[in-house]
Design a protein around this ligand. Structure first.
Ligand code: PLP
Length: 387
């Protein structure tokens, strides 16, 4: 039998550049490979495993639900879906929910709804944005290399500098439907705007009668040290998109709306959206985040992580920034080889936007895990500086 790397190459579309490690098992902040080697996970499935791997309460919720009902479609009512919608609105201050299955689908729904609500077409997005890979969300993603093979995409999308509210104002015309922004840009390199920025954008949208979509797919569920990234600025969007950490590792997306921003019957749908299995996992995930006070922990550990990274005074580090446990170290050069060094030393990290080392650990980590990460920087300092 050929090894798994060969079989993957033979049978799976070559869309991903994978790290050469086969992960078999995960628990808390750690995963184990097929040789039984343990790794500290500082990327958490790209901001998905916020409550750690295989949290016992989520595993139990999934098992219980799987024994009773896995899928019905949205032809019928299920209690778990309604319960989850209530909880999501409770923690976010939003008014209604549409369930889907991924972040990109949530963004698709948000773009459709903004057209439906305003009757207008133009969308303003930010430079450095990432919103997903399907046609609508790719259209508002500022990555020409991702877009190029698939043109034409949605017409009438303009990209303006991030953290510049005036640039948004200048771009608005009579046909502008919405502004879509990430409260902190993730894939674009952990870019953190001023709190004032989101408040100013909110005002501009109100004055011009357009919708503000906040994409909280990566920033949601405690990642930045509050339930949602918007909470730092105290801003309520018209539509908020969710995904990633929402269901403790199961695939789910959602869009949440403000009062009065609604689809009509039959205008949008998803066969799997809000199925009882994922909803049970999501309810358990929200309970874990609350009962284990993971949001406070994310804020506290985020501060410590930032402080410790800065203390290293690496010459190769151009900037170190973060909000909660969404932390980036911008390098003077490309960082892929540093990711390899960390993996060899038993710590999984990631590099985004080519030059930004990204740290997105589960929100359950403590100072011990942070020390382990810092220890790798110290042990391999010379190699890191000379890459
Ligand atoms: C802010 C943001 N929006 C949307 C997406 C797309 O989510 P998904 O990969 O679940 O489609 C991502 C994924 O990284 C993201 O970071």
């Amino acid at each position: 039998m050929p090894d798994i790397f060969e079989r993957e190459r033979r049978w799976i579309q070559p869309t991903y550049t994978r790290q050469p490690v086969v992960i078999r098992r995960g628990r808390g902040a750690y995963v184990w490979d097929d040789h039984g080697r343990m790794y500290l996970d500082f990327i958490a499935g790209i901001a998905v495993n916020n409550i750690g791997h295989c949290h016992p309460r989520v595993v139990e919720a999934i098992k219980n639900q799987a024994e009773n009902l896995i899928h019905t479609s949205n032809l019928y009512y299920t209690e778990k879906q309604v319960e989850l919608a209530e909880r999501l609105c409770d923690i976010s201050g939003m008014n209604k929910v549409f369930f889907c299955n991924s972040g990109t689908e949530a963004v698709e729904g948000a773009l459709k709804l903004s057209r439906r609500h305003t009757g207008k077409k133009k969308i303003i997005a930010a430079k450095g944005s990432f919103h997903g890979r399907t046609f609508g969300s790719l259209s508002v993603t500022d990555k020409p290399e991702y877009q190029k093979p698939f043109q034409p995409l949605l017409p009438a999308v303009s990209f303006v500098p991030y953290n510049d509210a005036e640039a948004i104002e200048d771009e608005i015309d009579d046909d502008t439907a919405c502004v879509i922004l990430e409260p902190v840009q993730g894939e674009g390199g952990v870019n953190i705007p001023d709190d004032e920025y989101l408040r100013a954008v909110r005002e501009i949208c109100d004055e011009n009668d357009l919708l503000l979509i906040l994409d909280e797919v990566q920033t949601g569920f405690g990642r930045t040290g509050k339930w949602f990234g918007k909470d730092h600025a105290g801003v309520t969007p018209d539509i908020m998109t969710l995904g990633k950490a929402i269901a403790g590792g199961l695939p789910m997306g959602a869009l949440l709306t403000r009062e009065g921003v609604e689809f009509g019957p039959g205008e949008h749908a998803s066969t799997f959206g809000g199925g009882p299995l994922v909803c049970s996992a999501a309810i358990a995930t929200i309970e874990v985040i609350s009962s284990e006070d993971l949001i406070t922990n994310a804020a506290e550990m985020g501060d410590i992580l930032l402080r410790e990274l800065k203390k290293l005074e690496l010459e190769v580090a151009k900037d170190i920034r973060g909000k909660g446990l969404m932390v980036g170290m911008e390098l003077l050069k490309e960082g892929a080889e540093i990711v390899d060094l960390f993996r060899e030393s038993g710590v999984l990290i990631n590099c985004t936007a080519k030059r930004v080392l990204r740290f997105l650990p589960p929100l359950i980590i403590g100072e011990e895990e942070i020390s382990r990460l810092i220890q790798v920087f110290l042990e391999r300092r010379d190699e890191i500086e000379s890459i």
